[in-house]
Design a protein around this ligand. Structure first.
Ligand code: DC
Length: 223
């Protein structure tokens, strides 16, 4: 692919808005890579929990970051050479990912890595600050939302399908708390980029949202 043909698609939004599923579909349809930045924060959160590191001990966090390698290969997230797709999806890691994503040292490392990953080739990247901070020059920016109730229902069904024993009210409360924490943290909070197209996916199917995004991209002749 020639340099001028490289383009980035940034998809941001709160948890449970359907970003990863849609971003994956869009990437597949366009034949480009998908980068799940939430999985990168989760991988760091997982390692912090494994090593029992106290987030207040900044030196230890910095030391851990310096010895951490994160990559994606064939749809898998690789942490220090090991596939950790499932380990990073537990409720404990979800909480720790949100907490450690507020640390400047963690964000600095991951944002630098994400920019590197997004510059080399065409990508679909999803997260909270992709359009506002990581890939500010992305050719396409989308901000995906859905009502908290619907996002909680989607997450609840996902967890039940995985065999986890969950309570709906707890899932809803967790979504509301994460929305609050992610959008009020001082550093790169969840926010719609001014030039992002807002997509409210409440009541929409995965196919409908994917088609809407592809249509926007086609308008500009990129697929
Ligand atoms: O999308 P997710 O639930 O896998 O993200 C896990 C956490 O990482 C979430 O609480 C917010 C944080 N995150 C972030 O701060 N910035 C990003 N670009 C992606 C995720």
């Amino acid at each position: 692919m020639k340099e001028e043909q490289i383009f980035q698609i940034a998809i941001d939004g709160p948890s449970g808005a359907g970003k990863s599923t849609i971003a994956q579909q869009v990437a597949k349809l366009l034949g480009i890579d998908y980068i799940d930045t939430g999985a990168m924060y989760r991988a760091i959160g997982y390692k912090i929990l494994e090593r029992k590191i106290n987030l207040d001990h900044t030196e230890e966090v910095i030391d851990l970051l310096g010895k951490t390698d994160i990559d994606f290969s064939k749809g898998n997230i690789i942490l220090d050479g090991e596939i950790v797709n499932d380990q990073i999806r537990t409720p404990e890691v979800t909480k720790m990912a949100s907490m450690c994503s507020a640390l400047p040292e963690v964000r600095a490392m991951l944002v630098a890595l994400q920019r590197k990953m997004g510059q080399a080739k065409s990508v679909v990247m999803d997260g909270r600050d992709i359009g506002t901070n990581v890939l500010t020059d992305a050719r396409y920016k989308f901000f995906m939302t859905a009502s908290a109730q619907e996002r909680a229902e989607r997450r609840y069904e996902e967890l039940v399908a995985k065999g986890q024993n969950v309570n709906f009210d707890a899932v809803l409360a967790d979504i509301i708390k994460r929305d609050h924490d992610d959008s009020t943290r001082a550093l790169n909070p969840l926010k719609r980029a001014e030039d992002a197209i807002e997509l409210d996916t409440t009541g929409m199917s995965i196919t409908e949202v994917t088609e809407k995004i592809i249509k926007e991209i086609r308008k500009n002749g990129n697929c």
